[in-house]
Unconditional design. Structure first.
Length: 386
């Protein structure tokens, strides 16, 4: 593999690999949105910058490089028109910056970036600088201020993670490439070098529409999946991981200092157009943990499983506005059940979509993470068109 600027960096999604439903795998009972993606929530956009460069033995600072940045933009003006938000920690051996302000204020005042563990700082700084530039472009008089929200998972099995190859321009490439359309999945953006349940993992997304009697709202999920043990991998109730043993599909490794199976992490971003208050967003953020568990994730001791949820159903909340109050709406508690289920099902399917979309990748020291074999998934669930 030679030095490359990938399709994701230029804003081109490229040819889409089959997703779960293309292979006959239907997860849950609620219907997905038109794109079955977090971008089914109006106003949400996603961009990636992907860095794939070099082959062979690890030379710190040179490569091989298998990493990137994914950016979730919650509203058309994430700094000027914040969304109500909440967060949840399944297990805390990871980082998602800015959560203390979300917990304190109830606001998401930043796009959400996801990258590798050792690149959180540079991406956070790049988001702060981007806000400054956007404020200048929009002729705002108030001095820019934010606590950027940046999550991470560890891609050091495949990537030269100590080479610090993610730079500020990659965050800006993800910003420029962001679209409200279909979301590229698998080996893209922050998910480029990630491994999930012993297979190649990465970025995945899905959505659900709740019944009209509960408001007909949309809930969308995006994950960066880098967690789990193969033996526990379960797809729509089928114990796929027990069938696809290392004798059938080899595990990645070994790598010097590589963590054992189950030591990886997952970042989950939940979006909804329902009118939620901050404490309701926190309740919603707890539910993806059940979706993680349905696929076989356990929030293991050395895993960083962090979730942030935001709601765009309350509009007109202006950062720094002059009026002493603003009107808000709140979903009635008795209508929350479908929204909870939507978050659970969308998380489960987003993780599976990450596995389905990911392609076999060889990284540092010739270590290979194999893709989840589609033919064996088809065999487990029966033939399906597509």
């Amino acid at each position: 593999m030679t030095d490359a600027t990938t399709a994701s960096e230029t804003g081109e999604a490229g040819e889409r690999r089959p997703r779960a439903r293309d292979l006959g795998v239907v997860i849950g009972l609620l219907p997905p949105g038109p794109l079955n993606a977090i971008t089914d929530v109006a106003g949400v956009s996603v961009g990636h910058a992907t860095i794939v460069r070099g082959d062979g033995p690890l030379r710190v600072g040179e490569g091989p490089v298998r990493t990137g940045v994914t950016l979730v933009i919650p509203t058309a003006d994430p700094w000027g028109a914040p969304a109500f938000a909440g967060a949840h920690r399944l297990n805390g051996n990871g980082e998602l910056t800015g959560l203390e302000w979300i917990r304190e204020s109830g606001f998401l005042t930043s796009p959400i970036a996801i990258t590798n563990t050792h690149s959180v700082g540079v991406v956070r700084d790049a988001l702060a600088a981007l806000e400054h530039d956007v404020a200048a472009q929009r002729a705002r008089t108030a001095e820019p201020w934010s606590l950027p929200v940046v999550g991470e998972t560890w891609d050091g099995i495949l990537n030269d993670i100590d080479g610090f190859h993610v730079r500020a321009e990659h965050l800006r490439q993800a910003w420029a490439a962001a679209t409200a359309g279909a979301v590229a999945e698998g080996n893209v953006g922050g998910g480029t070098g990630m491994i999930c349940h012993g297979f190649k993992g990465g970025i995945g997304t899905a959505s659900r529409i709740v019944p009209s009697e509960d408001g007909g709202y949309t809930v969308g999920v995006l994950v960066q999946a880098n967690h789990g043990r193969r033996a526990r991998l379960t797809i729509a109730g089928v114990p796929i991981g027990q069938r696809l043993t290392p004798e059938v599909v080899p595990l990645p490794g070994p790598a010097t200092g590589a963590p054992p199976q189950g030591a990886g992490s997952i970042i989950v971003v939940v979006a909804t157009d329902a009118p939620l208050l901050p404490h309701q967003c926190t309740r919603l953020a707890q539910r993806p943990a059940l979706g993680i568990g349905r696929v076989g994730g356990a929030g293991e001791p050395s895993s960083g499983d962090l979730i942030v949820a935001f709601a765009t159903g309350n509009t007109g909340i202006e950062a720094g506005g002059s009026a002493p109050t603003y009107p808000v709406k709140a979903l009635r508690d008795e209508h929350f059940g479908s929204l909870f289920w939507g978050a659970i099902e969308a998380t489960e399917e987003a993780i599976v979509n990450a596995l389905m979309a990911a392609e076999t990748m060889t990284g540092r020291d010739g270590i290979t993470a194999h893709a989840l074999p589609h033919d064996l998934v088809r065999a487990a669930f029966g033939d399906a068109p597509g």
